[in-house]
Design a protein around this ligand. Structure first.
Ligand code: R5P
Length: 298
C-alpha cells in the first residue's frame, strides 16, 4: 500500500479517457481523486478546472494520449496543476500514442514520439507509461520516464483459459511471450512477420505443433488486427483448437474486430489502457505495484 507522508497527501487526477484507471489507483493508493470540471466551448475548444486545493500536494495525472483530443486535455490538466502550485507532478500515460513514429523513416518526417514527449515533459517531474512500442521512446522525455509491463496481468488472465502455448507474432514480441508462458506454465514460440506497410503484414509459414492446442497470441498493440489475423489463420491451418489474442493496447482500428473474428479468433482480450468492449484486464494493479517499487527505490 502506498504510504502517504504526514504533511502531504496525494491527489489523483483522471483525464477523460483514463477515469476508470484513475479511480482504481485512488482506491489502491487510498488517496483522493481530485474533482475536475471539463466542458467544451461553443467552438469545441476544451475547458478544464480542478476544484480541489492541490497547492503543495503531490499530484498524479492519469491520461492516455489517444486519440488526439486527449493529448490537449493532458496538456491543459498539467498546466492547471502547475498553476495550482502542486508540489510534484507524475504523469501516468497508460497508452502512449504516437510511440510508433519513433524515428524518421523517411526524409521530411517528424519524430512524433519525441515531439509529444517534449511537450508532456514541460510540466512533469516524472512520466510512467505501460508497454511502450519501443523502450527507447522513454529517452525522448526530458524528465525521468519509466515503463511498466502488463504481461503479468495478461498472463494471469490467460492462465484461467487452459492455454497450451503462447505465441509471439514476431521476434520483437518473444520476450513478452516467454514471460507469459512462464507464468502460465506452458510452451512459447514465435512467428516471422514482415511489415509491408501500415496495413499489410506478411507472416512466413512455419511448422507449429498446434494441433488440438489452445494457443494465445500476445502482443503490445492490436491496431488494424492484420498481424493477429494472419497469425490466427496460420494456427488454425495447423489445427489449433482455440486461438486467443491478448494485447496490452487494443486500438482496434479499421474493422480490426471483424478481421479477427473472421480469421477464427475465439476470444479477444485487452487491458483497459484504451477503453473498449475487450478491456477485460485492469492495468491499475500493475501501475500501482510499479509506482510503489519505484518510490521505494528513490
Ligand atoms: C508491431 O511491431 C506491434 O507490436 C504490433 O504487432 C502492431 O502494431 C500491430 O499492428 P496491426 O494490428 O495493425 O497489425
Amino acid at each position: 500500500m502506498f504510504v502517504i507522508s504526514t504533511n502531504h497527501t496525494m491527489y489523483i487526477i483522471g483525464g477523460t479517457t483514463s477515469k476508470t484507471i484513475a479511480e482504481d489507483l485512488s482506491k489502491l493508493f487510498n488517496v483522493p481523486l481530485a474533482k475536475i470540471t471539463s466542458k467544451r466551448f461553443p467552438d469545441d475548444e476544451l475547458y478544464v478546472r480542478i476544484s480541489d486545493d492541490i497547492s503543495g500536494e503531490k499530484v498524479v495525472i492519469v491520461q492516455t494520449t489517444y486519440p488526439d483530443p486527449n493529448i490537449i486535455e493532458l496538456f491543459l490538466l498539467q498546466d492547471a496543476v502547475k498553476e495550482a502550485d502542486a508540489k510534484e507532478i507524475t504523469v501516468i500515460i497508460p497508452y502512449y500514442g504516437y510511440a510508433r513514429q519513433d524515428t524518421k523513416f523517411e526524409d521530411g518526417e517528424p519524430i512524433s514520439a519525441r515531439a509529444i514527449a517534449n511537450l508532456i515533459s514541460v510540466h512533469a517531474d516524472r512520466v510512467i507509461t505501460v508497454d511502450p512500442h519501443k523502450e527507447h521512446i522513454l529517452d525522448f522525455f526530458t524528465v525521468p520516464a519509466f515503463s511498466c509491463s502488463a504481461v503479468e496481468e495478461l498472463a494471469k488472465d490467460l492462465k484461467e483459459k487452459n492455454i497450451d502455448m503462447v505465441l509471439a507474432p514476431d521476434k520483437g514480441a518473444i520476450e513478452r511471450a516467454k514471460q507469459a508462458s512462464k507464468i502460465i506454465g506452458c510452451d512459447f514460440d514465435h512467428m516471422e512477420k514482415t511489415r509491408i506497410n501500415g496495413t499489410t503484414v506478411e507472416i512466413k509459414p512455419k511448422k507449429f505443433q498446434a494441433k488440438g492446442k489452445n494457443v494465445a497470441i500476445i502482443d503490445d498493440i492490436i491496431s488494424t488486427g492484420g498481424t493477429m489475423a494472419k497469425s490466427i489463420k496460420e494456427l488454425k491451418k495447423y489445427g489449433a483448437k482455440k486461438v486467443f489474442v491478448s494485447c496490452t493496447h487494443g486500438l482496434f482500428a479499421d474493422n480490426a474486430i471483424k478481421k479477427l473474428t473472421s480469421a477464427g479468433c475465439d476470444e479477444i482480450i485487452a487491458t483497459d489502457t484504451i477503453k473498449s468492449d475487450f478491456s477485460k484486464v485492469k492495468i491499475a494493479p500493475c501501475l500501482s505495484q510499479f509506482f510503489n517499487k519505484m518510490l521505494r527505490n528513490t
